[in-house]
Design a protein around this ligand. Structure first.
Ligand code: GLC
Length: 601
């Protein structure tokens, strides 16, 4: 017996991951390696690979090796103790080194929401949110942005971004409208494909690349108002026939699959009353069989917990539906409880070993394709790209191309030789507001949350040294000003997910008051709206001399002043129709629109 065990251990060591040398294994070689691993793995090890934990909720770091944990993530705001690039890289390598001590040396895959830059990391380049990128209608630019983001993510060691979001939002009362490129699935398809390619084709100088994630499958932005959380929109019910779903919402995912996207995230919402996380028709029959998706399906954060029934049945339903890895997170249900119940379900025959082996095979193939087995520990030879001038210049170009000028009574271009310019509004000098949600922290923040250029900074940089720039948040304390132009930056405070769900999209009274303060003093007012969606401006527009939607531009606010002062012509076009009543959303009848999709001066 002893000799047999020695022989078996020798055999195992031989097929363990040390032998997997090159990044560029063929699919045949990958399949061979994976089936060897599957044959040698215990059920516990397979269950571990299907488990994803937010690093904040690890009971102890040795759990990573003890349980052969397959994945960690940093949810929004899940930072190392010090939020700076080197600390992120050290944290990644610390977790990876511990994970590699598992019996077969299977590496960790670490995921994060790098959805508009490596946006959790202090000092990273923060690009415009997707609604602004939709307005650029520029797939080559989106590719460049995703490539730059990928290099910043990989520099910190991380292997995987939960991006691009392929929502095509229709109800603007949804807090995630800005995460969609457009209400038009065709534009989403074009830009989403570019994003997948940009994320997954980028290679750092040490040859590291990352994995993208098309999300949220499916119908996340098409739910019925009132069926969501708190009686609003997020995570609600999408009502479509199968034919409608296939015609309208599948092509953008098919394009991502054809672009070799390696992971797809299941969506919290329901389709015709069935939770996507529990729908075998969606996650297996349509996604994996009909569409040919060969990567793996990740659940959303505690997404399986929302399936009706108890946690043990949630696991049965979701895994049998086609979820391959569960973002347990560890914030709600303990991850050891998840692993115990998953194992029990297999032992009791509620989940077949064949389904487990399929899920684990998919996970291992993605890790092998991404070179994780050959270079799991990351050198700190790329940190300089984070927040680099090159990347910030790409972001500045994106800001320029995302600005949509919708009214201009000969204000833009503004002379750089103006005697004086008043700059007012809550968003004039507020980096956090111009970045929006998913920035440094899950819900974003106000003011100097990271390194960047505010709209006001950009204006000051643009004008001549003779020009007097007067900054007044509410447009009152101006002193004696000779000029007659005021730029007023108003809009939405940062929000993420259901925190942004609203039943009303009116402007803030405070913003309306600021504009009135200036109009009452005889100023011409150019309004810049920072927002994650079209809002109710129809009643105010006549009072404004100029208006531009600047969405959520990110850290490079000087891209806005590039347009205001005529260094660049505005090219941005609306990627969402703008109804008279914004609550009517993208499906408002044509004659109820203030501006149609595709409009921009
Ligand atoms: C969130 C979001 C999803 C994100 C995930 C991890 O709840 O729905 O978009 O990727 O959790 O942060």
């Amino acid at each position: 017996m002893k000799k047999f065990i020695i022989f078996l251990s020798f055999l195992l060591i031989n097929i363990s991951c040390d032998n997997i040398e090159s990044n560029n294994l063929s699919e045949a070689e990958i399949s061979k390696k994976v089936s060897e691993l599957i044959d040698s793995m215990t059920l516990d090890e397979k269950v571990g690979q299907m488990t994803q934990i937010d690093q904040r909720f690890l009971d102890t770091i040795t759990d990573l090796s003890t349980y052969s944990i397959g994945s960690l993530l940093s949810g929004g705001g899940s930072h190392p103790k010090v939020n700076e690039p080197q600390a992120w890289l050290d944290m990644y390598n610390k977790y990876q080194e511990e994970t590699l001590k598992n019996r077969l040396g299977i590496p960790l895959i670490y995921g994060i929401d790098a959805v508009h830059g490596h946006n959790n990391v202090y000092g990273a380049t923060i690009f415009p949110q997707n609604i602004g990128l939709g307005a650029t209608n520029n797939p080559e630019l989106v590719y460049k942005i995703s490539e730059a983001t990928s290099l910043e993510v990989a520099a910190t060691g991380i292997d995987w971004t939960f991006s691009p979001c392929l929502s095509s939002p229709e109800d603007y009362r949804w807090g995630r409208t800005y995460e969609g490129f457009s209400s038009d699935p065709v534009l989403v398809e074009k830009l989403g494909k570019a994003a997948v390619e940009g994320y997954q084709n980028a290679l750092t100088n040490s040859g590291k690349k990352i994995v993208a994630c098309a999300k949220h499958f499916i119908g996340d932005g098409n739910t019925e108002f009132g069926t969501g959380m708190n009686g609003l929109v997020d995570r609600g019910n999408t009502v479509l026939t199968t034919d409608e779903l296939k015609e309208k919402l599948l092509p953008k995912y098919q394009a991502a699959i054809d672009a070799n996207v390696q992971t797809i995230m299941a969506s919290y919402n329901s389709w015709n009353g069935v939770k996507c996380h529990g729908s075998k028709e969606l996650l297996t029959d349509i996604l994996k069989v009909e569409m040919g998706f060969e990567g793996f399906v990740i659940s959303d954060w505690q997404g399986i917990d929302e399936i009706p029934g108890n946690y043990k049945s949630d696991i049965i339903i979701s895994i049998n539906a086609g979820v391959d890895m569960v973002m347990v997170s560890g914030q709600g249900q303990p991850y050891k409880k998840f692993m115990r119940l998953l194992k029990e379900n297999v032992e009791e025959g509620s989940i077949s070993m064949e389904r487990i082996d399929d899920a684990v095979s998919r996970i291992l193939k993605v890790k092998l394709r991404n070179g994780l087995f050959s270079n799991p520990i990351v050198q700190n030879d790329n940190l300089q790209v984070i927040g680099s001038d090159d990347h910030r210049n790409i972001a500045r170009q994106a800001v320029r191309e995302s600005v949509v000028v919708l009214k201009n009574e000969n204000l833009i271009p503004i002379s750089k030789e103006s005697k004086s310019i008043v700059v007012a509004g809550r968003g004039a000098d507020n980096l956090g507001m111009q970045c929006g949600g998913w920035t440094i922290n899950w819900q974003g923040g106000q003011g100097d949350i990271t390194i960047g250029t505010t709209i006001l900074d950009g204006i000051k940089e643009s004008v001549s040294t003779e020009t007097k720039v007067i900054h007044s948040k509410d447009g009152t304390d101006l002193g004696n000003v000779s000029g007659d132009l005021a730029i007023v930056v108003i809009g939405e405070d940062p929000y993420t997910e259901f925190f942004g769900d609203k039943d009303n999209l009116d402007l803030l009274e405070e913003d309306i008051q600021t504009i009135s303060n200036l109009k009452d003093k005889g100023y011409k007012v150019l309004v810049l709206l920072i927002s994650g969606r079209p809002m109710n401006i129809a009643d105010h527009l006549d009072n404004w001399d100029g208006f531009a939607a600047i969405w959520l531009p990110g850290t490079e606010g000087n891209g806005v002043s590039d347009i205001l002062f005529g260094d660049f012509q505005s090219t941005g076009k609306l990627s969402y129709p703008w109804p008279l009543n914004a609550e009517d959303g993208a499906n408002a009848p044509e004659n109820d629109l203030l501006y149609n999709i595709g409009f921009g001066l």
